[in-house]
Design a protein around this ligand. Structure first.
Ligand code: FES
Ligand code: FES
Length: 165
């Protein structure tokens, strides 16, 4: 037994998972390498790119900035759990596809999780609000325009769904 490891429990996408991690293990590595959730990507590992963004207790967090031991007992949503009714794609995922909001896709899981938080708090955001919300998420491919279009389109889709159309 490795006495340096700590036993922690994470609820990931609604499923309780127990794991042992070293004190310095970052949440993103615990999710990817210990639990197999490879949606969150490792880009910079220094809080700059946002590719590792997940929700921790409902808030967007760059999972390279949080030690796994500090996340003990939290509820985590990764991009794999974004569409919680499992009937296909979340409206944001559909909109990113339709509006060409991705190219290589490396930034996309983080963009989606950040945008999902925005739309939860601000269901009808302005383009400025969309741009401000994703300022911590870097994309080297798209030039951002199509990402903003996609988030705007997803907001419209979700408003229609809410209205029962
Ligand atoms: S990998 Fe976490 S912010 Fe870049
Ligand atoms: S689509 Fe390639 S980094 Fe954003």
């Amino acid at each position: 037994m490795n006495t340096n490891t700590h036993d922690i429990t994470l609820t990931v996408n609604g499923t309780e998972r127990e794991l042992s991690v070293e004190p310095q293990t970052l949440l993103v590595h615990a999710l990817r390498e210990e639990l197999g959730y490879t949606g969150p990507k490792v880009g910079c590992e220094s809080s700059l790119c946002g590719a590792c963004t997940v929700h921790v207790d409902g808030k967007p967090v760059k999972s390279c900035t949080l030690l796994a031991v500090r996340a003990d007992g939290t509820e985590i949503t990764t991009v794999e759990g974004l569409d919680d009714d499992s009937d296909g794609l979340h409206p944001l995922q559909e909109a990113f596809q339709e509006e060409h909001g991705l190219q290589c896709g490396y930034c996309t899981p983080g963009m989606l999780m950040t945008a999902a938080s925005l739309l939860e708090e601000t269901p009808n955001p302005s383009r400025k609000e969309i741009r401000e919300s994703i300022e911590g998420n870097l994309c080297r491919c798209t030039g951002y325009q199509n990402i903003v279009n996609a988030v705007e389109s997803a907001a419209e889709k979700m408003a229609k769904q809410e209205a029962g159309d």
